[in-house]
Design a protein around this ligand. Sequence first.
Ligand SMILES: [Ca+2]
Ligand SMILES: [Ca+2]
Length: 270
Amino acid sequence: MRHWIPALMVAAGLVVVAVPVVSGAAPGTCTRQLSLQPQATVSESGGPIVFAVASGGCAAAGHVRVDVVDGSARRPGDFTGTGGELSWTAGDWSDRSVTFGVVDDGLGEAAMETFRVQLVVDGPGVAIAYGVGEGRILDDDSGARVVVAQDVLVVADRGPGGPSAAPSPPVNALRGLGQDNVDPRFRFNVPPQSAVVLRYSTVDGTAVGGVDFVPVTDALVTVPAGALGGELPVTLLAHSGGARSFSVRVESLSPYVVLDGEAVVTIAGP
Ligand SMILES: [Ca+2]
Ligand SMILES: [Ca+2]
């Protein structure tokens, strides 16, 4: 179970406004805050695409609509799924996920095709902290080799005990939404036939190296043969700065072409 500082996303996760913490309020007297994983990326042969939906703030009863909008990735040719509705009963702190099927069509297409997922409030008890996600499908039929970095939203893990847990968790309780940890990930469209080396660095934003995270310059990650992606390890530092963000930039990788080399890491708080 997870907990984070409620925040309002203004534009594509790049500008955020922090609002006060809602903590410890009884169900029915407060608003459940929901956050959607900002990007989910798979190779066409590596589906499905799964978006995590984190629940925090308080455990009010409520439901939320999940809207899906075709983009360059369209249904039914490229992906499947209708979104629908997610619901919680009072006292339920658990997270949810939304899954979309990916069509492995065997057709050469644009290197990356995308669609949009959005959480929409349609009843009481629920508010959206971060509500827009991008599904990204990497074509694997054209013979090109591409790599993309994936944005991460970092929320604080409430830990066992729900609303009674400490409101300021240790930094090691921070988690990247949709990830096993806070590390942003990269994805290949096709796996390497032999090990390849990737180089990456951090770039300051409203979150600053040395204050919010340990800066990284030209770190190397070796990816084994057969892997469809990996992690770009970054250590977050314990610091209360409200909502803030920085980037992890993939700077070179051969023989892969960097299609999207920037992973924006948004820290929701504290
Ligand atoms: Ca396709
Ligand atoms: Ca294809």
